[in-house]
Ligand binder design. Structure first.
Ligand SMILES: *[C@@H]1O[C@H](CO)[C@@H](O)[C@H](O)[C@H]1NC(C)=O
Ligand SMILES: *[C@@H]1O[C@H](CO)[C@@H](O)[C@H](O)[C@H]1NC(C)=O
Ligand SMILES: *[C@@H]1O[C@H](CO)[C@@H](O)[C@H](O)[C@H]1NC(C)=O
Ligand SMILES: *[C@@H]1O[C@H](CO)[C@@H](O)[C@H](O)[C@H]1NC(C)=O
Length: 486
């Protein structure tokens, strides 16, 4: 709007409009997951600025790393911290361990009343999808006692009214051919009933991850339109309700399960929902845009689901692409970001749910490494030397975008090698030795990107962060065959 259009009388009205334009309102209840399984995580300060620039007010973390949490101090963002599965044993073991955890990772970040520089922690997700069938019961005995200990520790620290302990569950903890048949999976039913009772008593939420993309990916013949929100010709009729999207049907299956468990009004938070953009036939920016458009519009209209009309609380998955996530569930795993690895948006998205055709605001102040790439030297004529170097580079980096149908899926052997060499070189922070490949590699300064395929230049990242094996997200219940680049 032109400032000149504002008469003196209308000035305050105009200011109001300008303010509204500057901070476009994100649909209330919408937050994002901020994971850090990346070779070069962006500096947290830059990420927090990016969240704020986009008007995002809620964030969910997978741990309680102080590097990340310190950057959230004074940000006013509402935070959910996590306890990785590999700590469940320790936390369940004794209340003292839970108290130590709460002291170091929660209360030390809260500042006394009136001081604005604290971190606004609201939830602790104790474990991440601990009851996945693929974990074969490994965390069945420790999850519930760990939740109890953490809530008790929070209570004893005097913050239990404001900060609630729960656990982030995969939707595979319940099932049903129709929503009304929904109930908890038999092997975890006992523990789920205990958890539900505990959450109810402590006014804590039930946190569940729902992935329509995985329904499409896992189920041959799954009606694609049923994964989106525009209405599908295939509907599921259940009692007096007719479901036209799998998200609603899944959510209401949980509502029924909670009803049967004696907690019909338990608050539900969607811990993760989203759509990946690469490395599978249906993982494209176009489908992701369609999914988020429909989801955000639905959230903005406060439609809820047939059984739970009203506002829904959701955390989108995820904020950034993460090149070190496990690819056991599928190559798409490293491409869930609303933003690329460097904090740049991938497709138009309107977080206000009004469907405006605009891009999210990208990360500002990102420092890139030198503009150089590692590629296969054109001089190399002996192609039989290439495959072993290519396998090595892929095995130690990220070649998920080379898979057929992906953004770099049309290369010949030489193209594949160049892409792989560059990924290895960039993930090795452009170490010159990482572009040797027995003399096959060559460092170039001309942008090596081709067509739809981005050959990235990595960002400068504080190297002090140690990437320990926390919370690898394996949410498929089968082991798929995947490329072995050897
Ligand atoms: C606090 O959380 C961090 C990161 O998740 C973890 O490494 C550390 O052990 C925790 N502290 C305690 C006292 O448990
Ligand atoms: C379905 O029926 C139940 C009671 O039988 C009623 O409470 C509910 O509002 C109905 N839902 C719809 C969508 O008509
Ligand atoms: C390039 O790599 C992809 C992914 O591994 C593979 O499917 C394709 O066959 C490779 N192309 C050639 C010519 O080797
Ligand atoms: C290289 O080219 C691609 C595609 O044209 C572009 O998106 C990318 O920003 C370029 N990289 C650099 C470092 O200039």
């Amino acid at each position: 709007m032109a400032a000149g259009a504002c008469s003196v009388l209308l000035w305050s009205f105009c200011m109001l409009n300008i303010v509204q334009v500057a901070v476009s309102a994100v649909v209330p209840g919408v937050g994002v997951n901020w994971g850090n399984l990346a070779s070069h995580p962006l500096p947290p300060k830059i990420v927090v600025k990016m969240l704020k620039d986009n008007g995002i007010t809620k964030v969910k973390l997978f741990d309680a790393d102080s590097w990340t949490l310190n950057s959230l101090a004074g940000s006013n963002l509402e935070v959910m911290v996590g306890i990785p599965n590999n700590m469940l044993d320790y936390i369940s073991d004794s209340l003292d361990n839970a108290k130590d955890w709460v002291k170091e990772n929660v209360t030390s970040h809260l500042k006394p009343k009136g001081d604005k520089n604290g971190v606004d922690i609201r939830y602790v997700a104790v474990g991440n999808e601990p009851f996945l069938e693929s974990y074969e019961g490994k965390f069945d005995d420790t999850t519930f006692p760990a939740i109890q200990n953490v809530q008790k520790a929070l209570d004893e620290a005097g913050v239990g009214d404001k900060i609630k302990a729960s656990t982030a569950l995969n939707a595979d903890v319940y099932a049903g051919d129709k929503p009304s048949q929904g109930y908890f999976r038999s092997d975890v039913r006992d523990v789920m009933l205990k958890i539900v009772k505990h959450l109810k008593k402590n006014k804590a939420p039930f946190i569940v991850n729902i992935y329509p993309f995985l329904s499409v990916y896992q189920t041959t013949g799954f009606p694609l339109e049923y994964a989106f929100f525009e209405g599908s010709s295939r509907k599921v009729h259940d009692k007096n309700v007719s479901y036209s999207n799998v998200f609603d049907a899944n959510y209401d299956t949980l509502v029924w399960a909670l009803h049967k468990a004696g907690a019909p009004d338990l608050k539900i938070i969607i811990g993760e929902v989203g759509w990946p953009t690469d490395a599978s036939k249906y993982a494209t920016p176009k489908y992701a845009q369609k999914f988020y458009d429909g989801l955000l519009k639905k959230l903005a209209e406060k439609k809820g689901t047939p059984l739970r009309p009203g506002m829904l609380s959701v955390y989108l998955f995820g904020l950034l692409d993460e090149d070190m996530k496990s690819i056991l569930p599928g190559f798409f795993e490293r491409h869930w970001g609303l933003f690329r690895y460097d904090g740049q948006p991938k497709f138009p998205m309107d977080l206000s749910g009004k469907g405006h055709d605009k891009m999210l605001i990208g990360a500002k102040g990102v420092q890139y490494m030198t503009k150089q790439w590692c590629v296969l030297n054109d001089e190399v004529k002996e192609e039989s030397l290439i495959p072993s170097a290519l396998s090595y580079a892929c095995y130690h980096s990220d070649c998920t975008s080379l898979s057929p149908g992906s953004s770099c899926g049309n290369f010949n052997l030489r193209g594949n090698a160049s892409y792989a060499f560059n990924m290895y070189f960039q993930m090795s922070s452009q170490d010159v030795d990482a572009c040797d490949f027995n003399g096959l590699g060559l460092i170039v300064t001309r942008n090596a990107s081709r067509g739809t395929c981005l050959f990235p230049v990595q960002v400068v990242s504080q190297g002090e962060r140690v990437l320990l094996g926390y919370g690898v997200n394996i949410f498929l219940v089968f082991v798929m065959s995947f490329f072995i680049f050897m």
